[in-house]
Every structure is written in C-alpha cells, then in structure tokens.
Write a protein that binds this ligand. Structure first.
Ligand code: TXE
Length: 481
C-alpha cells in the first residue's frame, strides 16, 4: 500500500521517526494507504528549508512567482481526473463533486493568485508640498498553513496560493484524515519546478504537527481552517507570540425562505445547500426557516426530494450522497440525531446509518436527515453538526426570523430567498454573518473577502485581503523640503 511522503526542501521524504498512520477510504471503511506520523522534528526541518528559501523567493520578481503558480494551476487541470478520484476516495464525497467543485477550484485558486499578484499595488498619500507617504508591503516570512478534511485540496490551495504569491515561503499541514491530494500536489510542485523549500508539506496529527507549526518561533503568520475549538487552541498558543492569524472556523448557517421566493429555484438550491458533500461544508445551510404560508408545501416537497437522493458508491454516476469522512464523525452526527429526538424534534426522514452493500457495506453512509419541531435555541439548532442533517421551522415575521438566525455563537454564511428587493437588502444587512447569499448559494467571486464573524473566525481570506494578510505594510514618509 502507498506510503505518503512529506514534501520538504523540494523532495519527497519519509517522517524522521519512520512511523505511519492508517489512511481510510470512508466509502469502504478500509485502510487504503499510510500517512507519515510526523512530529516536531519534521516541522523543524521544514521550517529550516522554508527559512533558507525565503530570502530568494521573497525578492523573486512577481511575474516569475506568477509563472510558477500558473504552471501549478495548469498541472492541476491536466491531472483533474486523477486528483478528483483521489479526493473522492480520500474523503468519501461523490466523484462528480470533486470533479466539478473541489479540483477546479483548487486550480482556480492558484490561477487567481498567480494573476492577482501581477495587478496588486500598494498606496501612496501626498501631503501637498510638504511630504509624500508610500506603503511598502513585504512578505511576512515563513507562513504556516493548516487545513481541514472537508474540501481538502480546495482549502489547502486557498491558503498556499496567496502566501506564495505574496512572496512568503510555506510550511503546510493538510488534515490527517484526507492527506492524499496534498501529497499529489507535492508531486505537481516538483513537476512545476518550484524552487526547493518554497513550499513544504508535513503530514501528521494536529496535536503533534499542527501544534508544532503553531508554536514554531520562526513562523510569524498562521492561516487555519477547521473547527472552532481548534481555532481557539491555535489562538491561545499564537497570541502571546504576536503571530498574524487568519482563522476560518465552524458555522451553523441559516437558510431563510420567504413565501414570495422563486420556489423551484429555491428548492433545487436548498437541496444542494443542505446536503452537498454530505453537509460537510462550513457554508451549508443547516437551519432552514420558512415563512409560515409556505411551510407545509415546502416540508412535503423537501422531504420527498430528499428521500430520492441516491446514497452509495461515490463513483456512481447518480450518487448524490457519498460517505461521511470517518467513523468517528459518523458517530458524532448520529449522536446529534438522538439529541434532536431528546429535545423534542421529529425526524421527518433519514436519521440512520445505511448499509449500501457489497464492497461498500463497511462504509460510513448516513441518510440525509430532516428534523422539525425543535426550539430555535436548543442544542441541535445551536451547535455545528457538520453532516447531512438539517432542521426546518416556520416563522411569521422578519424580526422573528432574524432573531432566530442571529441566535448562535456562529456567523459564517447565510442564504435569503425572496423576490422583494427592498427586503433582500434589509435582511442581508441585518444578518450577523460574513457572507450572505440572496437567491443563490456558494456562488463565489474570488475577489470578495471570505470569512465569518463571532465564533466563525477571525480575519478574511480571498481577494487581495489574502495577499495583504501574508504581507506586512510599512509606511515611509518623505519630507519634500
Ligand atoms: O477539524 P480540526 P476537524 C468543523 C466541523 C468538524 C470540526 C472538527 O464541525 O466536525 O470542525 O473537524 C489540525 N494545532 N470544521 O477534525 O480538528 C488538524 O490536524 C494545530 C469546520 O477536521 O479543527 C487539521 O489539519 N492544528 C471547518 C486541521 O487542524 C491542529 C472545516 C483541522 O482539524 C490542532 C472542517 C492543533 N492543536 C471542520 N488540532 C470549516 N470551517 O470549513 C488539529 N489541528
């Protein structure tokens, strides 16, 4: 079986301790490869390589840095099929989702920052005839990039691309749950001729490798996506070291549906925003609020369509629901279905593990689940479940639904369905979240700032904000006389 290697100083190398962890194929519930069980020593070797490469990389002309990123983007596109299959096997998601979303967006991330850096400019401010000020932006140094398992290559590249574009060198750690496409990216970087030490990928556990990156004194900037709890731990370690932090954390996103919505468009998109990637996207709308006149019709149609979603082999043409990412995550999700029942909820459909039979009978499959009858402030409606489980409830007034929507500790994304223009703008302004989609979901313009408020995170990724995040501004004021 394949033993994934670390990518340090331009080479694929084993972990110093030569220890490996099992890597599971969640669709089959079986070990299918091994990942390095790296430790602090591996991180130190990677940081030394990144430090060594930083002086040259940070002054490499933008158009040269751009060429490397664009080469990586085109190699990702050339290897789309292979990367998508690897992503699907590693994560359990349907292959067509990996082929149409995850991998194309990873290429788009490298392409966006490979071109964006060419057009990025800083500002100057004149003080009439007295002085002129200009802002220099220097890359911060060695950037630590730590990413989660739900959109493995997509979110991994979302951090690495702007860091490299800005002139930082990188020590990156993908999730130990889904390491495969990060490993394949290492091979692509070697093929692209990326100078050694510019990007280093260290595989392993969060409390060993992740925490070694967070606490390393030679890594002044950390970009993290993952759970809110882990984000708090990273902040606890990094804050006294005055590191720059970007934390993209959990969510419990409201999907607000007014009776005047474009019904068919809303229903089709709500199927996607509820269950895409088995509900394992931090942007999924897991709390659905429906204006009362529409509630019964929506409930009937939504349950009917959900029951028809085909669950099974992620490579199946018709598969809409693949496996969730791990056995422990499946058990966490099932525990929330039990909690919902204890809190007075009624399971309208789903709620159970599925044996899809054959070679997949040991896989981690869950039925897409809809629950009604819960209070807006019960734990099921307040805590992130991160699986194919949504709750539905009616509302009567805008004030009421905004109170429900804003009632959690999170504030990442939200969707609003209405044809009333004034109401759309008003509700969007009043929702406490970093992203509001009106009559759409997951429509992304990479130039826009991306991130949440409250416990959904700190800082913004995306656009030029991400390039600025990996640079330090210096203001120079020159007296003119
Ligand atoms: O995240 P973790 P997981 C949420 C979702 C999910 C929960 C846990 O609710 O159930 O987070 O998911 C590394 N220092 N989201 O387990 O544990 C870890 O190795 C440094 C929302 O994936 O936060 C992995 O590479 N690093 C999220 C990464 O952090 C540490 C997407 C994420 O792991 C570490 C995914 C430590 N002490 C999960 N401990 C989103 N917003 O998209 C772990 N890591």
């Amino acid at each position: 079986m394949l033993k994934i290697q670390n990518y340090i100083n331009g080479e694929l190398v084993p972990p110093t301790g030569n220890q490996y962890l099992d890597n599971y194929d969640p669709a089959r519930g079986k070990v299918y490869s091994y990942i390095p069980d790296s430790d602090e020593k591996d991180v130190e070797t990677a940081v030394a390589a990144a430090k060594e490469a930083f002086p040259a990389w940070s002054v490499t002309p933008k158009d040269i840095r751009s060429k490397y990123l664009l080469k990586i983007a085109s190699l990702i596109e050339e290897n789309l099929e292979k990367l998508a299959k690897a992503e699907s096997i590693d994560n359990g998601k349907p292959l067509h989702l990996a082929k149409t979303v995850d991998i194309p967006r990873a290429a788009a991330n490298f392409h966006f920052y490979g071109t964006g850096i060419l057009h990025y400019s800083a500002h100057s401010h004149s003080m009439e005839d007295t002085a002129v000020n200009y802002t220099l932006r220097h890359p911060v140094g060695v950037a630590g990039c730590i990413s989660p398992w739900n959109l493995p290559l997509y979110l991994f590249s979302w951090k690495i691309a702007p860091a490299l574009a800005a002139g930082c060198t990188v020590v990156a750690k993908p999730s130990e749950v889904t390491p495969m496409t990060a490993f394949l990216l290492s091979e692509i970087c070697i093929q692209a001729g990326l100078p050694k030490g510019v990007l280093n990928i260290v595989h392993g556990l969060g409390h060993k490798v992740g925490s070694a990156i967070t606490s390393n004194k030679d890594i002044p900037v950390i970009s993290f996506t993952g759970g809110t709890k882990t984000g708090a731990e990273i902040a606890r370690v990094a804050a006294p070291m005055f590191k720059k932090l970007s934390l993209e954390l959990g969510g419990k996103n409201p999907n607000i549906i007014f009776a005047d919505c474009d019904y068919e468009k809303m229903l089709a998109t709500t199927m996607h925003s509820s269950f895409a990637n088995q509900g394992q996207i931090c942007l999924c709308g897991s709390r659905i609020f429906i204006e009362r006149p529409l509630y019964e019709k929506f409930k009937t149609d939504f349950v009917e369509r959900t029951k028809k979603l085909s669950i099974g082999d992620p490579f199946g043409e018709k598969t809409k629901i693949g496996a969730v990412v791990s056995k422990s995550h499946m058990e966490k999700i099932l525990s929330y279905v039990e909690l919902a029942k204890e809190e007075g909820g009624t399971v309208l459909c789903g709620g159970k593990k599925v044996d899809v039979g054959g070679e997949f009978s040991e896989g981690y499959y869950l039925e897409p689940t809809i629950i009604e009858g819960l209070a807006y402030n019960c734990r099921t409606n307040q805590e992130e479940i991160f699986g194919p489980v949504v709750t539905i409830m009616p509302f009567d007034t805008e004030e009421e639904v905004l109170m429900y929507a804003n009632s959690t500790i999170y504030g990442l994304a939200s969707t609003v369905w209405t044809e009333n223009l004034t109401r759309a703008h008003r509700v969007a302004a009043d929702i406490h979240s970093g992203i509001v989609w009106v009559n759409c979901w997951l429509l992304r313009d990479l130039r826009t700032p991306f991130g949440g408020v409250k416990s959904s995170g700190v800082g913004r990724e995306g656009g030029f904000e991400a390039i600025e995040f990996f640079t330090e501004p210096k203001n120079v004021c020159i007296k003119l006389k």
